[in-house]
Write a protein that binds this ligand. Structure first.
Ligand SMILES: [Zn+2]
Length: 307
């Protein structure tokens, strides 16, 4: 049986939010089996709880925001991606502000924090779902799709990016998600934005915490702060990081192939929502980790499914 896990001890950190620019304190605590990832707005009266689910997504503009009632937490995707990739199923994330800190713009520090705390195996089985029929979202030439796996028990992601500016070449990546691969190839890829958008966002009171060290800024003729880049093809890597974080809101472990082309938080969210509705497109593994009758055998990647 593949069991659920939680963090082994309390994790504490702080930093500025990308959009509000204000300082935010965060505490991550171990939590019970089957509780999933839950955010708690500790700075608000009554400390409202916001479960990190697809149903609770309230905004996908520039970041993924979840909320219940008037309580919200923005920019949850990088932490959610780290939880998913390192196999953390259950945790309480206490936040003293409306947004998670952007830190260095990647999920690198979240990985470090989780690894330092360690993870603890629990008794309940993980909910593992195998995609059996394609689920696709397309819009204006962009797309993202969940497809049946090709003999592999985790997530295999193929992603491509093209850019409007001719000085930027298209970027593509094909990756089998394991904790190691996430750490090495995706977790350190930084947030990026376009200079035009940054100026517009600032005028509208957003992107206040986005300095030139935590977001790569793409100008019309060149990359403004190339010196902070960590990979030549960092943009497509960050897109995949965001995609993993958005799909993590499904609250399940996916056995699937994912294809994406220039998608973003909005399309990722719509894909997750459609997937939940399309009950005939996926099957859940039994508690013993067996596939339902009639499905081809999968190589269940131990490192991925039981990290
Ligand atoms: Zn991102």
């Amino acid at each position: 049986m593949v069991c659920q896990t939680t963090v082994n001890k309390v994790i504490e950190f702080g930093g500025r939010g990308l959009h509000t620019g204000s300082s935010v304190r965060v505490r991550i605590l171990p939590s019970e089996e089957n509780s999933g990832i839950c955010f708690v707005r500790k700075d608000l009266k009554g400390a409202p709880v916001i479960p990190a689910t697809v149903e609770n997504v309230v905004d996908t503009c520039y970041a993924t925001t979840i909320g219940v009632g008037s309580a919200r937490v923005a920019t949850v995707e990088h932490l959610m991606a780290a939880f998913y990739a390192l196999g953390v199923d259950n945790a309480v994330v206490e936040v003293w502000g409306p947004e998670l800190p952007i830190l260095d713009g990647s999920a690198g520090m979240f990985v470090e924090f989780i690894e330092r705390a360690g993870t603890r195996r629990q008794n309940a089985p993980r909910k593992i779902v195998v995609v059996t029929r394609p689920v696709r979202i397309k819009e204006g030439g962009r797309f993202v799709a969940l497809l049946p796996p090709e003999g592999y028990g985790g997530l295999k992601i193929d992603y491509r990016m093209d850019f409007y500016y001719s000085y930027l070449e298209s970027q593509s990546i094909s990756i089998r998600l394991t904790p190691m691969e996430f750490k090495k190839s995706l977790s350190r890829a930084k947030t990026f934005g376009f200079l035009n958008d940054v100026e517009m966002l600032r005028e509208n009171g957003l992107a206040r915490g986005g300095g030139l060290d935590n977001a790569i800024v793409i100008g019309e003729e060149n990359i403004i702060n190339r010196e902070i880049m960590r990979y030549e093809d960092e943009f497509v890597r960050h897109k995949v990081l965001d995609l993993i974080g958005d799909l993590a809101l499904l609250g399940i472990r996916l056995c699937a192939r994912v294809e994406g082309y220039r998608a973003g938080h909005y399309l990722n969210y719509r894909l997750a929502k459609k997937f939940l509705k399309k009950r005939d497109c996926w099957e859940e593994l039994t508690a013993e980790g067996r596939l339902p009758e009639g499905l081809p055998a999968l190589v269940l990647e131990e490192g991925f499914l039981s990290a």
